[in-house]
Design a binder for this molecule. Structure first.
Ligand code: BGC
Length: 885
């Protein structure tokens, strides 16, 4: 039956047909396409079955018709899902007129191994483990990457085969000469003392009757290699692998091949494989055919069986780190002394892939840097102790293609030396790695400089989401710093589908939570982690909230609630009469005057307890709602008493102080305009520049735009004199810098001890670009209600943004032609829109070519404003703007 309503884009745990999930109540999601504007659903129905055919005849679970308006998600609540179980499901919706859609095309999901006794594999490693004590004092030494293998025979045809794989360290799985899966740096970083992620691969087509071989390449990774400035071997001394391959044959038999004492090991061709130091490959040592049957491994050593770490194995929650882009060189300069300097035109996290042909034993060295120094040489001082150097020694003979597998570098430039022959553009590629696979948000406006700021933020996002949200990808750091993640989360969630990666990281954060309830400065935790610092620790509350706002998914809050409650108990004890100390960092990397620690701490206490109270309200925990609301009010009162002057000046007279007071609602209503005027004056005083550090930055521009200084906010964003984003862009930046003065005309490079050119924290400007310049924001969690509040500003003729929200494409665009404003809005099915126009002559407003007053009653507090509601579909609003007074 054709109804004009179709249910599409089915997801399970926010993934498409995932393989290997261990969530007992998976979340289902779908979208509706309606051929008629204005669709909204009044009910849905889900069926789950163990085969596609069974969906038609009595299913494993059937929700029946569930009458909830506008819902596009639900959680599985049927009989327990089985380990390895493969399930098919489909969805149907009924619209507000009672018209029923057809069934969606079925989607699938497959469970991982849910019980400990499902695992029969043993942990295995190479003999190198014994050398660990010798190596442990070699700071940053990194280790070689062992190869482990086993051959086996299958006496039947394979109908289904799955590989369940993980490692302490990094692994690459190979079967019969082929690499399995697309993931890099698997299984990813967790605190291996708490949990280890595993991946599941469909290897049905990789196995065959007769002889087969499995190869497992291992490397230190975060587990045994260098992490930040802490040296190597934090979690363990040497990598270990864990493989379980389950095969169903066509005669009904099932066979399990696991890592065990029958495997054999030797060192692989990488004499060094370390995330920070780099990878040294000796291709002469590559045992050709080692991952195929028929290879003679008699000279290989038996593997070592290792003790079970006794830690839960958990299914990976996102698509893992992948190669997301291959960049061709922009320029290759020969330096005449055997060195080539290659500019790839984009600062990335990844590595260089080379094609080379030369005599056996030729060693090619690749060094990496984000920027060049004034002599045009690689500037590597800011990498600190990260050697970030890959080498490859050629085997000789035919042309060889290679890339490192177990390291990544933050770079735009590479220096290649020892290359045999001339280096041309087709022989060298920069391969970008990231956990960010799907970009779901775009932004564009009439100013190319501002577009570059957005693009640079999007690249800093890609480059810094490598399994976890990191601070930077290049120096010996790359930690999951909590403030950075907290500040950038709303922007990140607009730009890309990072909800699963962030949700996973919140588990890392909880794993690192101190017994006192305090969250750490970074997660996963390594040495020397500190706890409870204002703006940092608060990520444990603010990131779940940002996720909820972007996705509308209450489950995220439910799962973190017990942990959040422990943190709030900690916060209650970490303040005196509402004043909380700012802790270690305060308004990190600000320039000029610095906001005081207590001011920052108290502001964050108010904000975090207020958000916690909202979380409690969503989950219907009444006494927590009230309790944390009281804590927030106490902090606000304390803030007002301690830091607010009667004329709206915040103690210390800093941009950040003013922005925190406004953004976190710490002021009585009547002081807000005064405080905003002070902020504007402070910005003008320093020639229209920002001086805020991490904590003030996301709040300044919204505070200006919301209090009558939108034009000033726009000037900050288009500012080209240093310090500014625009200055960075003019210097050729392709990512966001860590500090405003990363490089300055007279001073040159800032202190190399802390000067990354790829930090996303200041990329939090994206939130303002989208919500304030375009005027597209979630008015209700998950964009169920969308706020369209266009803010035309002098110097811009258009701005637009689009976001793939849970219910579908959500977009806003405004164009200004002299005084004629045209706004286009896209509201997905099952959502609604609230339009807010400022500075327009209300009598001229039309919606979809109808005078507004005839089709809607418009609200708004002045004749120069119009507020009205729109439904799903594409809309055009026109109005005449009134000149600003
Ligand atoms: C990191 C930051 C982090 C800060 C905390 C720096 O080294 O790169 O982004 O938030 O330390 O102090």
């Amino acid at each position: 039956m054709l109804t004009g309503i179709t249910v599409v884009d089915l997801t399970t745990e926010r993934r498409v047909d995932p393989l290997g999930i261990d969530e007992p109540r998976p979340r289902f999601g779908w979208r509706v396409i309606a051929d008629r504007d204005g669709h909204s659903s009044s009910a849905f129905r889900i069926q789950v079955a163990t085969s596609v055919d069974a969906l038609d005849h009595g299913s494993h679970w059937d929700t029946g018709e569930v009458a909830v308006a506008g819902t596009t998600t639900t959680s599985y609540a049927g009989p327990p899902l089985q380990s390895r179980g493969r399930y098919h499901w489909r969805a149907q919706v009924i619209d507000q007129r009672g018209v029923r859609s057809g069934w969606s095309r079925p989607a699938t999901f497959e469970m991982g191994l849910l019980r400990r006794d499902d695992w029969r594999a043993r942990w295995i490693g190479s003999a190198r483990t014994e050398l660990a004590s010798e190596r442990s004092d070699q700071w940053h030494a990194g280790g070689p990457a062992p190869y482990l293998r086993r051959a086996f025979e299958l006496d039947g045809c394979v109908v289904r085969a799955r590989a369940y794989v993980t490692a302490l360290g990094l692994y690459e799985l190979r079967i019969n000469g082929r690499r399995i899966g697309e993931q890099r740096l698997a299984p990813g970083w967790t605190d291996y003392r708490h949990r280890i992620q595993y991946q599941v691969y469909d290897v049905t087509a990789d196995l065959r009757p007769g002889d087969n071989a499995i190869g497992l390449a291992l490397a230190d990774g975060w587990y045994a290699g260098a992490v930040a400035w802490f040296g190597s071997h934090f979690y363990g001394d040497a990598p270990a692998g864990f493989v379980q391959i389950e095969v169903d044959l066509d005669d009904g038999r099932s066979i399990v091949i696991t890592s065990d004492g029958s495997w054999r090991a030797r060192s692989g061709p990488a004499t060094l494989a370390d995330l920070l130091a780099g990878e040294h490959l000796d291709r002469r040592a590559e045992p050709d055919g080692w991952d195929s049957p028929g290879f003679d491994d008699r000279e290989w050593a038996p593997v070592r069986l290792l003790a079970d770490p006794g830690v839960p194995l958990v299914a990976g929650r996102d698509e893992g780190v992948r190669a997301i882009a291959d960049l061709a060189p922009l320029t290759i300069e020969s330096r005449g002394d055997g060195r080539f300097v290659v500019d790839f035109g984009q600062n990335i996290a990844g590595h260089v892939r080379l094609v080379a042909q030369g005599p056996a034993g030729t060693t090619v060295t690749v060094r990496h840097a984000e920027v060049l120094d004034s002599d045009g040489e690689l500037y590597t001082a800011n990498l600190r102790s990260a050697a970030a150097t890959d080498t490859v020694t050629l085997k000789g003979g035919a042309s060889e293609v290679f890339e490192p597998r177990f390291t990544f570098h933050g770079f735009r430039f590479a220096e290649i030396s020892g290359y045999p022959g001339p280096l041309s553009a087709d022989l060298v590629t920069a391969r970008a790695l990231s956990s960010v696979v799907d970009m779901i948000g775009s932004f564009e406006c009439s100013d190319p400089l501002v577009n570059a700021i957005f693009r640079n933020s999007a690249w800093s996002l890609r480059d810094n989401f490598i399994g976890i949200p990191m601070d930077c990808p290049q120096r010996d750091e790359r930690l999951g710093w909590t403030a950075d993640a907290q500040l950038f989360a709303p922007s990140a969630l607009f730009i890309a589908d990072v909800a699963n990666t962030l949700e996973k990281w919140l588990i890392d954060l909880e794993d690192a939570q101190h017994p006192s309830g305090a969250y750490p400065d970074y997660a996963p935790a390594v040495f020397e982690v500190a706890y409870g610092n204002a703006g940092w620790a608060d990520a444990g509350v603010l990131v779940p909230w940002a996720l909820f706002e972007a996705t509308g998914d209450r489950r995220i809050l439910e799962r973190r609630y017990a942990s959040i409650r422990r943190y709030l108990a900690y916060l209650e004890g970490d303040q005196t009469d509402g004043i909380r100390s700012g802790g270690r960092y305060g308004d990190w990397v600000s320039v000029g005057r610095r906001a005081s620690g207590d001011l920052v701490g108290t502001a964050y206490l108010a904000q975090t307890s207020d958000v916690a109270s909202r979380i409690a309200r969503v989950l219907d925990h009444r006494s927590d709602t009230a309790r944390w609301g009281r804590l927030a009010r106490a902090a606000r009162r304390a803030f007002a008493a301690a830091f607010v002057e009667p004329d709206g000046l915040i103690a210390g007279a800093t941009q950040t102080g003013q922005a925190l007071a406004l953004g976190f609602h710490l002021l009585p209503e009547r002081l807000r305009p005064l405080a905003a005027a002070r902020l504007a004056a402070m910005i003008e005083e320093v020639g229209v520049h920002l001086q805020t550090g991490f904590l003030g930055l996301p709040l300044v521009l919204p505070a200006l735009s919301e209090h009558g200084y939108h034009e000033l906010a726009c000037q900050l964003v288009t500012q080209e004199e240093p310090p500014s984003w625009g200055f960075e862009v003019r210097q050729g930046a392709t990512t966001i810098w860590e500090r405003w003065n990363g490089w300055a005309p007279e001073a040159g490079f800032a202190d190399p001890d802390m000067n990354s050119f790829n930090h996303y924290a200041f990329g939090a400007v994206v939130e303002w670009l989208v919500r304030h310049l375009v005027g597209l924001a979630p008015a209700e969690p998950g964009y169920r209600r969308v706020l369209i509040a266009p803010r035309p500003a002098p110097g811009f003729t258009f701005a637009r943004a689009r976001h793939e929200a849970p219910r579908g494409s959500t977009a806003a665009e405004w164009t200004l032609d002299a005084t004629r404003l045209t706004v286009r809005a896209t509201i997905p099915p099952d959502a609604s829109g609230a339009v807010r126009l400022h500075g327009v002559d209300r009598t001229t407003v039309t919606l979809d070519d109808q005078p507004l007053d005839r089709c809607r009653s418009a609200g708004g507090d002045s004749l120069n404003a119009a507020d009205f509601e729109i439904g799903p579909g594409e809309h055009v609003v026109r109005a005449e703007v009134v000149p600003a007074e």
